[in-house]
Write a protein that binds this ligand. Structure first.
Ligand code: HEM
Length: 390
């Protein structure tokens, strides 16, 4: 809980920090990577640094955390912390990184605010930082402890590389070393780490896209991001027989074991976590009502179409609705963007969202208007979660 001394200082300075944080974070990262260039080798994404999304996510999360402490002094924003901690754990962020980030962040704040960064202001924001850092460290410790091993990167060999809709590929992998395998849960992701042509390691998170209960196989599907670094490498240079490094599975989407209806609303390559959830429901012959809502620009882009249709057909209480921006002959598709008008949301449904942010924002608002409880809405963002900053 925020101390009595710090509370009024945070209240008074949150707007200034909020306004300046867009300037502070690039300065912070420039300092951090000058002092620790090794953090760009396999930990931070070079692409996200270049496009600024990671900087907005971090900035947004600290401001969101401080606002939460002011509004709800007795609680922590669990969902925000959990999302970040899972991402951190999937990248092997060590506890020893927190004082390093603190030093460079606060040097950047002092530099940016100048005289306005009085000792009281610095002390109050230091308190916010460590409340957040300690909460993250505690969750991350718990996540590491849950794994079947204490290995950050295990070797996995590609056993199949399958086309999965225009521009997407499914990789199937088997363990290539003796590391004990952690069983994943549906909707989770793994980090995939590769060494690029210039020698730099880069890691990205990919949702597991098939059944996740296997201890001898991991399956993920990636869409080619032509401006990216890792998906072009995977698509172009990683073939059957090659070895890549995978993290343990992380990600805080959780499929509860109640009988509540499930609505999976996805767009584009956001179908991958849904596909693993569907496989797992079909694998356990679930009788839960399942409504699958999926949107694509074009029919041929739909990665995992066959797998998802088969799972829906195998489930006794599942229904699929499809929207296509450019409808073709697919008989069961509606034209245009997904809309919940005319979709009957089952009472008490758990809604899982995955897709581009504007899509998720729109469906979330429509779902709430249709009576879905905000606490029953779960989402997965690919890439840094700039929703946190909103
Ligand atoms: C990702 C916040 C400490 C390394 C993130 C994200 C947030 C965040 C909001 C984006 C999560 C998402 O994908 O949605 C914080 C906060 C920290 C902290 C508030 C301290 C209180 C650290 C430390 C390190 C670190 C100590 C390592 C030295 C990373 C990396 C990513 C990340 C590598 C993924 C970034 C990427 O995509 O390039 N963090 N973080 N963070 N964080 Fe942290």
């Amino acid at each position: 809980m925020l101390s009595e001394q710090s509370r009024p200082v945070i209240e008074a300075t949150l707007p200034v920090i909020g306004e300046r944080i867009g300037e502070i974070t690039p300065k912070f990262y420039a300092r951090l990577f000058t002092a620790h260039p090794e953090l760009l080798d396999g930990m931070f994404s070079r692409a996200n640094q270049q496009n600024g999304t990671q900087q907005r996510a971090l900035a947004g999360s600290i401001a969101a955390f401080a606002s939460h402490l002011l509004a709800h002094p007795d609680t922590l924003p669990e969902a925000v912390l959990s999302r970040i901690a899972h991402k951190h754990a999937a990248l092997g962020i060590p506890e020893s990184g927190y004082p390093i980030v603190y030093d460079h962040l606060f040097a950047a704040i002092a530099d940016d605010l100048g005289d306005a960064c009085t000792p009281e202001v610095a002390a109050a924001w230091t308190e916010v930082y460590w409340l957040m850092a300690d909460a993250l460290i505690a969750i991350e410790r718990g996540l590491y402890a849950r794994q079947a091993n204490d290995v950050m990167w295990a070797e996995w060999r590609v056993t199949a590389k399958e086309a999965a809709g225009a521009g997407s590929i499914t990789f199937r992998l088997a363990p290539a070393d003796e590391t004990p395998v952690t069983r994943a849960t549906p909707g989770q992701y793994v980090s995939v780490r590769v060494q690029l042509a210039d020698g730099l390691h880069q890691a990205r998170q990919y949702s597991l896209s098939d059944r996740v209960d296997s201890l001898t196989e991991r399956v993920f599907t990636t869409k080619l991001d032509e401006g990216g670094e890792v998906s072009p490498f995977l698509h172009g240079h990683v073939n059957v027989g090659d070895v890549v490094e995978l993290s343990n599975p992380y990600g805080d989407i959780e499929l509860d074991d109640t009988d509540a209806p499930i609505v999976l609303a996805t767009a584009g390559i956001g179908c991958t976590p849904s596909a693993s959830i569907l496989q797992s429901l079909a694998g356990s012959a679930s009788r839960r009502p399942v409504l699958v809502l999926h949107a694509e620009q074009r029919a041929e882009n739909w990665a995992l179409e066959a797998q998802m249709r088969e799972a829906v057909a195998a489930l006794p209480n599942a229904e699929l609705r499809l929207w296509l921006e450019e409808p073709t002959t697919a008989a069961d598709a509606e034209a245009g963007f997904m809309s919940l008008d005319g979709v009957e949301m089952p009472a008490g449904a758990k809604l899982y969202l995955c897709g581009p942010l504007p899509f998720m924002r729109s469906i979330r608002s429509q779902a709430i208007a249709a009576g879905v409880a905000p606490t029953d809405i779960h989402y997965e963002v690919f890439g840094p979660d700039v929703w946190l900053a909103a």
